[in-house]
Design a protein around this ligand. Structure first.
Ligand code: HEM
Length: 459
């Protein structure tokens, strides 16, 4: 039973039986924004049904909106928190990979993987990023209309596969990104529907059948990557070789299942988030010609029409600011969740009871008008060095924080800058009229129906 110590936390009125689920099903972002109006810490009940399923009275999440409390949970006292219990579909996809595992496995795997994402190391990935982008946009025709969200998924997937696994998957990216979408919908369906959550995977419902097909596609691809490498006997210095060659203290290699889980985790986390961030960037740029024209000015000054290299990245300051601002408005990891292992006193004075979940929502905190004046306005100047000075580090956390901070942050930032610089110099994108681009909060924050644009080749 949850051990409540504080009574002064505002509690959001939710359905007595279904808790916050109906509101999340309707519009999760709207629900979160609404909850936060009750205070910097608010309690959101899960309802009697979850109480019964978990055999625990008063199951609830605490939504934290103050940067100091967020820092406390993610970094200062992160030992008191674990990842929330994932629904079966998420466990099926990610297994015991870096995103889902807990200590001591997580610490061990993270220590092993970390060197492959160090700043010095990712420099070698820059060439792959630019080369894959150039190849991809060679297929783009002047005047054509494309769904740029789909294009970005395919592009970042081919970059991740080449960089992490030395594999060219360019011809398969379409079917793979479709499988990822099916997986995301199924995971979220289980989060937001008790029936979906409690229906075992072997029962052949329409959704289960689609999900199983998608998982098979992803598994076949990942096991294919692993087997090809094993059979080749080659060991290029990449993440996959590291996973295959790793030995524990007793000299045992990782099990096939563990290699699969880590590989699939990097495969998914390494492309989907960045693709969404870039899709939002193109959407915002196409709606803000003044920002676009400043961006083009910088690209002209630094690159004069040539392709960017890693040495250009530090000079592409405004380009990075544009990407950072897109991540503020549409953070792909829009909701981070934890479960408290013990009672915990937050810096704001409220105690999180043992067993309660904690929600940290970058989408919400990035729109707090106390920190971000006119929060809905797209303004990359928020990220110039003076503007950043004095701002709380955790008022902006698109990559999380603490021991579970995104391992791919430097990779993603460099990829963002290089892809924007390469593409924006060659093509202008104009939003097609008649579409409404709205965020869809799945596992990541995606543009619901994609972003349809017309391409115009720049001379
Ligand atoms: C713009 C792009 C990206 C964004 C916005 C993003 C965001 C995040 C966030 C918010 C977390 C923390 C989740 C939490 O604390 O609950 C995270 C974790 C993670 N990210 Fe990223 N990410 C991005 C790109 C990447 C890339 C390129 C990789 C490369 C493989 C990656 C791999 C991971 C992994 C493995 C974790 C789990 C880390 C751990 O728990 O130790 N991400 N990411």
């Amino acid at each position: 039973m949850i051990n409540e110590q504080q009574t002064s936390v505002p509690q959001v009125p939710t359905h007595w039986l279904f808790g916050c689920v109906p509101e999340f099903r309707k519009d999760a972002l709207d629900a979160l924004m609404n909850y936060a109006t009750y205070g910097d810490v608010v309690k959101v009940r899960y309802g009697l049904l979850v109480d019964l399923i978990k055999r625990q009275r008063g199951t609830a999440a605490y939504l934290l909106s103050h940067p100091e409390d967020i820092k406390h949970v993610l970094a200062t006292n992160d030992r008191n928190y674990r990842r929330i219990e994932f629904p079966p579909a998420a466990k099926r996809v990610f297994g015991q990979g870096l995103i889902t595992s807990e200590d001591p496995l997580h610490r061990k795997q993270r220590r092993m993987t970390q060197p492959y994402f160090h700043r010095q190391r990712i420099v070698s990935y820059a060439e792959i990023m630019v080369q894959k982008t150039q190849q991809h946009i060679q297929g783009w025709r002047d005047g054509a209309t494309v769904n740029v969200a789909q294009e970005m998924m395919q592009l970042t997937l081919s970059v991740a596969c080449k960089a992490f696994f030395n594999m060219d998957l360019t011809d398969k990216t379409n079917e793979l990104t479709r499988a990822v979408t099916v997986g995301q919908h199924h995971i979220i369906r289980q989060f937001r529907s008790f029936i979906a959550m409690l229906t075992p995977e072997f029962i052949p419902t329409k959704n289960n059948v689609r999900f199983r097909k998608a998982i098979r596609k992803l598994d076949d691809t990942i096991y294919g990557i692993i087997q090809t490498r094993r059979a080749s006997g080659e060991r290029p210095n990449d993440v996959l070789s590291m996973l295959l060659d790793a030995r524990d203290e007793e000299g045992h290699p990782m099990s096939d299942q563990q290699v699969r889980d880590e590989t699939l985790t990097l495969f998914l986390a390494g492309h989907d988030t960045t693709a969404n961030a870039l899709s939002w960037t193109w959407y915002l740029l196409s709606r803000h010609p003044e920002v676009e024209s400043r961006l083009l000015g910088e690209l002209k000054e630094v690159l004069s029409g040539r392709l960017p290299t890693v040495a250009d990245v530090p000079k592409l300051v405004y380009t990075e600011m544009v990407f950072a601002e897109a991540l503020r408005l549409y953070p792909p990891g829009y909701l981070l969740s934890r479960t408290a292992l013990g009672n915990d006193l937050l810096p704001g004075g409220i105690t999180i009871p043992q067993g309660a979940d904690v929600w940290l929502c970058p989408y919400l905190v990035h729109r707090d008008p106390r920190v971000w004046p006119e929060p809905e306005r797209f303004d990359p100047e928020r990220f110039n060095p003076e503007a950043k000075e004095g701002r709380h580090l955790y008022a902006y956390f698109p990559f999380g924080g603490g021991s579970r901070m995104c391992i791919g942050e430097s990779f993603a930032k460099m990829e963002g800058v290089l892809l924007i610089a390469t593409i924006a110099q060659r093509f202008k994108m104009t939003l097609l009229s008649g579409q409404t681009v709205v965020p869809e909060p799945l596992v990541t924050l995606r543009p619901k129906h994609g972003v349809q644009v017309q391409l115009c080749k720049r001379s």
